[in-house]
Structures are given as C-alpha cells and as structure tokens.
Ligand binder design. Structure first.
Ligand code: ZN
Length: 337
C-alpha cells in the first residue's frame, strides 16, 4: 500500500524531463501523500499523446498549463489522451483536459465498467457499499462512515467526466512515434492495462509496477473476486516481457523490470504470512479490521490511507481463504487446523 508521511505543503511544480527520446515525464502534484503522479507527453509525427492527468484541482490545472508552456505545446497540439486505469489521481483532470484540447480520451476496455461504477454514479451508491463492506468486516461505524464520505469527495475531484473510447485488450495504439500493445494486467485495479513497445523495449507500466513502494491491491465492492491472485499472475506476465524501461505512475522509473516484479512478489509472500499470522494469533480468529490494525499503523494514517490499508488487508485475506490457509466464520478469519 501507499504508506507515506503526510503531505503538509502542496508539492512544488517540477518541469517535465525527457526520459527517452520523444517521451517526457510530467510530474503532476497531487494532494495525497504520494505527492506526484507521473504523467507523460509523447511526441509523434502528427501531434502529442498525453498520458494520465492528476486530480481535477488547481494543483493539476496549474501544473499542466506550465508544463505545456514549458515544452511549447499548444492545447490543440494534443491529439489524444490515454488513461491507464480508473484511479482518480490518473483520470481526475481528463474531462478538463479533453475540453481544453478537444482530443479523444481512451481507457482500456477492461476498465470501463469500474470507471462507470466508481465515478459515473450520481446516487452515492458506491459510498454506501464501501461503508457496508467495511462494517461487515468489523470496522467501527464512525470510521466506515467517514470512508464513505471520503469517497464522495473523490468523486468531486474527477468531474467533469471525460467522454471515453474503450481500448480492447491485445489491440495496438500509437503513442508518440511508436506502436504499443495493450496488455491487460489486473490486480492494482480490475481493468488496468500496461502498454508495451517491444521495438524500444519500453513498458508504459503506470501503477502496475512502482519503485520503493508496492502498488496497492484492494478488494472493493463489485471488484473481481481475488485481486491479489490476479496481480501475482500479472507480475509474472510483465516480468516475462523483458522490458528495459518501465514508465511508472509514481516515483522513479524502473530499469530492472523483471527484478522489481520479483521483489513485489516476494513482498506479498511476506505480507501473506503476516496476515495469516495475525489471523491465527487468537484461537477464535480475528476480523479483517482487527488484522488491518495489527498490520498497519492505522492511528497514524490519513483516511485515504486507512481506506487502502483495509481494502488491501481484505485482498490478502481473500487470497488466503482461496488458498485454503484461512477460513472465514461469520466476521472472523481463522487458521485452518
Ligand atoms: Zn493507481
């Protein structure tokens, strides 16, 4: 999960940098402890591709305006917008950028349903379902309700919604001056795709792989049943590509792609053992919320981080139950004798 110190100051603007010929990393400040989302601009023969956006807030709008000016790009020079997955720090400003540039916006087809479920709903249904899910897993009422409200604040930060065109898995999309294959790699989100240019050995990995921190893997209402199993097999698939450079969604870029994938697999093996241990500490077992509190320093976390800590604990518990290492009885998880 993304466990980082709280951000006090808004992160400062940083200029774009050319990380590979024609590919510019554009760090967009975000008001969460991760501090920046790595967005990209790729130069092509007939214009630019913009990848991911930040939230729709003054931080992102100011940073995009400055970055475009810095590179001498006019809004109408942006010919397409690519969104890698539905998370609000990646798609939040897409509607605004679409209005500014007039460019079509693409999202992996596998992610369309989740995008709709989280952001297009006007009834507050997802906030209610989040609160219900966390309460049913032992969380106290006040925290579960606060997390429902927190979700509604996130919804505000992805308005206006972009008009989206789905990108089918296995299809190819031209980004900048190269063709990239759309590879569905579920886990961090149900429909997340990475984009692979074998010729240049470049993987647009977004949050599928991160350096220094591990991408969050969560159970959400309506999500695929076993996201951690999805993620571990996606990591194997990505490791096998042999990419020499991964363009990540936060923090540093990754050059040893297969090595980083193996490290993350090892991290989850270790985390699974800790979660199983926490469930087995008492003979009567423990609720997901109790286990979450044993694994994460919940009292020191922001609501945003608590949401991910709990959902990530659930992803590990589901995996352990599927593997037959734990059993759920009522609200409690316990070791199988
Ligand atoms: Zn993400």
């Amino acid at each position: 999960m993304h466990a980082k110190p709280r951000a006090c100051q808004p992160p400062a603007w940083q200029p774009p940098t050319e990380v590979s010929p024609g590919i510019f990393l554009v760090p967009i400040p975000i008001p969460i402890p991760l501090r920046y989302v790595n967005c990209y601009l790729l130069r092509g023969p007939s214009g630019w591709t913009l990848v991911d956006t930040g939230f729709h807030d003054s931080l992102a709008m100011g940073a995009w305006s400055r970055a475009l000016r810095h590179l001498g790009i006019r809004p109408q020079d942006i010919k397409q917008i690519l969104l890698t997955h539905y998370h609000p720090d990646h798609v939040g400003a897409a509607g605004w950028l679409q209005q500014l540039t007039g460019a079509p916006a693409f999202l992996p087809e596998t992610e369309m349903e989740q995008f709709q479920r989280f952001w297009a709903d006007e009834t507050g249904d997802m906030a209610r379902r989040l609160t219900e899910l966390f309460r049913a897993e032992g969380m106290d009422d006040a925290t579960a309700r606060a997390l429902g409200r927190h979700h509604l604040q996130q919804v505000e930060r992805v308005r206006p919604l972009p008009e989206l065109q789905p990108l089918p898995e296995g299809s190819r999309i031209h980004l900048g001056d190269g063709a990239y294959e759309v590879i569905w790699t579920p886990g961090h989100s149900d429909g997340l795709a990475v984009f692979w240019n074998a010729e240049r050995s470049i993987l647009l990995a977004n949050d599928m792989l991160l350096a220094g921190i591990t991408p969050n893997v969560s159970v959400w209402p309506g999500s695929r049943p076993n996201p951690l199993a999805d993620y571990l097999s996606s990591l194997q698939r990505v490791a096998a590509l042999g990419a020499r450079l991964a363009l990540t969604g936060h923090r540093a870029l990754i050059r040893d792609v297969a090595g980083r994938a193996r490290e993350i697999i090892a991290h989850h093996d270790d985390r699974l053992a800790r979660v199983a241990g926490a469930a087995s500490a008492a003979p009567e077992g423990a609720t997901a919320w109790e286990i979450c509190r044993r694994i994460f320093p919940v009292d020191a976390l922001t609501l945003h981080q608590i949401r991910f800590a709990m959902a990530e604990t659930l992803a590990h518990l589901v995996y352990l139950c599927e593997e037959g290492r734990l059993r759920k009885e009522g609200m409690r998880y316990r070791a199988l004798a």
